[in-house]
Design a protein around this ligand. Sequence first.
Ligand code: THU
Length: 160
Amino acid sequence: MKKIEISTSAIVYKDISELSAEDNLLMKKAIEARKKAYAPYSKFYVGAALLLENGEIIEGNNQESAAYPSGMCAERVAIWKASSTYPNVKIIKLAISASSTIAKVNTPIGPCGACRQTLSEYEINQKAPFKVLFMGEVGEIVKTSSLLSLLPFSFDSSYL
Ligand code: THU
């Protein structure tokens, strides 16, 4: 038997004003996207913005439906929009912001497990990590150096 330890690290910024100009712009795009989310059922609004290697910024937000499971997270809307518009163009960074009309979201909100799994496909395929930044509506921002750092013991196509 052996014990292994897997650790991860992230940088935490106190608010959006501490970010670099590029990160700040990308987070603002995620915030703009969040404001256009369609989330009348959960009242939890998420925006995502991807910076691609070709300089394009692709935005997405969560889309819900009255049949609750038939909705989609902001991150997957954004990644599929990016991949279907610019297939094989590398992702440099992803920024995410979340808010709610039920309570103020003042802690960083990371992508859900299904989004991490979906996003990992693209990071693995492009053979280069992309940075992930996430926040609530206000307050701290977490920045990780890769998507896979958010997904230890992940599943990938090599197992198939
Ligand atoms: N949601 C996202 O857009 N991204 C996540 O990573 C977590 C959850 C959305 C899905 C649903 O519309 C609402 O937030 C509440 O779960």
